[in-house]
Design a protein around this ligand. Sequence first.
Ligand code: CNA
Length: 236
Amino acid sequence: MNETLAKWITESKRIVFFGGAGVSTESGIPDFRSVDGLYNQQYQYPPETILSHTFFMRRPEEFFRFYRNKMLFPNAEPNAAHVKLAQWEKEGRLTGVVTQNIDGLHQKAGSKKVFELHGSVLRNHCMRCGKFYDMEYVMNSTGVPRCDCGGTVKPDVVLYEEPLDDAVVADACTAIEQADMLIIGGTSLSVYPAAGLIDLYRGHRLVLVNKSATPRDSRADLIVRDPIGQAFSELP
Ligand code: CNA
């Protein structure tokens, strides 16, 4: 167990966690940039092209083929990192989880204050009439999922080229500004504007829990290189 991290956690009252795909790899969901991540698998187009607004509008069949295969993990369960964060919130030590993930695993573990910067695969809406559809509907449909009204059902996932939701960003900013400890975990910190939000933290307990180096390692007060689920399972 990292003693400094354990001590800081017991002393803090407004911890904010900022995370990414690496938080869910121990739940069996591949990230984008690890060696076995999606960017190192071969597709006709790179994932950031397929997951862009332009591609979605121009080639929706191909988008949904990739999306169903690579972005939906209906059987994934929260790991020790998700569980520990939910525990800290319940204990009144953590004020929010700001996540770039779209898998809904923080909520499945019991976290309530989750700011989903990039949306969620669990929510889908008709682009024409706004009707809601769940993940199972999209998963079990073929080709382009259609609404009763004939419109296209679009996942509530922020695609490349699309703006983040203003209200979600505002809540995430407030939480980070008011944090007495910021733990950043499982993220390459390479996707903007999301990664820029960490600059709002002004304190001296900035912890980075990431297997590989990030562009912000020099700003961290403490760096942990262990897998995040394993590291968190040992913490109070
Ligand atoms: P990324 O760019 O793939 O980076 C992941 C980082 O996590 C890498 O630096 C890894 O070294 C590190 N990492 C992987 N596993 C672990 C682990 N067990 N413990 C500690 N560190 C680990 O992912 P980012 O989140 O930074 O990129 C942002 C994209 C990825 C967001 O837009 C997400 O929507 C998107 N994404 C989300 C999911 C998901 O929801 N689970 C899955 C894949 C991609």
